[in-house]
Design a protein around this ligand. Structure first.
Ligand code: ADP
Ligand code: MG
Length: 240
């Protein structure tokens, strides 16, 4: 595996007087899928938003490859993000949603459509290209959201609880699909969840987060078998 590709050092974020991210360090290798696992409110979404440039840091540094992301606007960061709520444009078809970022970047129509076809095949939605989001199931909408975020060929993919709004069966299928796509593209990915089973089955590495920092970082096996604190043990289900 390569050396660290995405590197977070001493990330701090305050909301008012409350520290929400408290000295977060995190290194991710190229092509690795790292899961941030932690209870609601521990700062997972805030951390992703900082990486994407949607929230300003109060301290620390984010490096992507050789590039310091400080002061780079979201669109220049080459970071893709998928949200729990899909956040598709309701007035645009599947194809129009997927090509949106490319259009914004001035990519010519022919090239946009070529990319769209590739992505439709990747997420298995070739029969839905002209459909509007309201006529899609939750799982299909999330696949469109995934395709849309991949369209601009990001260097890092951030997935913020992408499966949480879905039914159990669809959730399991999409989980497997996401992992297959991630591996095929060798996409460096941060996957956020509060579901330990999801984390255990998906991840190259898991970071357990609590109260604004990472309390333990390791392979799924290591965290499960040798949790360093009771909090980690409880969260990994080691006591069940
Ligand atoms: P998680 O994704 O792990 O559930 P979040 O990152 O959404 O956690 O939130 C972490 C903490 O920061 C929570 O206490 C939340 O209420 C607070 N928070 C998040 N966004 C804001 C905001 N824009 N203004 C004030 N507080 C916020
Ligand atoms: Mg969240």
């Amino acid at each position: 595996m390569n050396a660290s590709y995405l590197e977070l050092k001493g990330i701090r974020k305050m909301f008012g007087d409350t520290p929400v991210l408290n000295n977060v360090d995190l290194s991710i290798r190229e092509g690795e899928l790292v899961t941030l696992l932690g209870p609601s409110g521990c700062g997972k979404s805030t951390l992703l938003r900082c990486i994407a440039g949607l929230t300003e840091l109060d301290g620390g540094r984010i490096m992507l490859g050789k590039q310091d992301l400080a002061n780079l606007p979201p669109r220049s960061r080459e970071v893709g993000m998928v949200f729990q709520s899909y956040a598709l444009f309701p007035n645009l078809t599947v194809t129009e949603n997927i090509e949106y970022g490319l259009k914004m970047r001035g990519v010519p129509k022919k090239e946009r459509l070529r990319r769209c076809e590739e992505l439709l095949a990747l997420v298995d939605l070739e029969d839905k290209r002209g459909t509007y989001p309201q006529h899609l199931s939750g799982g299909q909408q999330q696949r469109v959201a995934l395709a849309r975020s991949l369209a601009v060929q990001p260097k890092v993919l951030l997935l913020d609880e992408p499966l949480s709004a879905l039914d159990a069966k669809i959730r399991k299928n999409l989980r497997t699909e996401i992992r297959e796509i991630q591996k095929r593209l060798m996409m460096t990915t941060i996957f956020v969840t509060h579901d330990q089973e999801e984390a255990l089955t998906l991840s190259d590495r898991i970071c357990i987060m609590n109260k604004g920092h990472i309390v333990q970082d390791g392979t799924p096996e290591a965290l499960y078998s040798t949790p360093r604190t009771e909090f980690v043990a409880r969260f990994m289900g080691s006591y069940n």
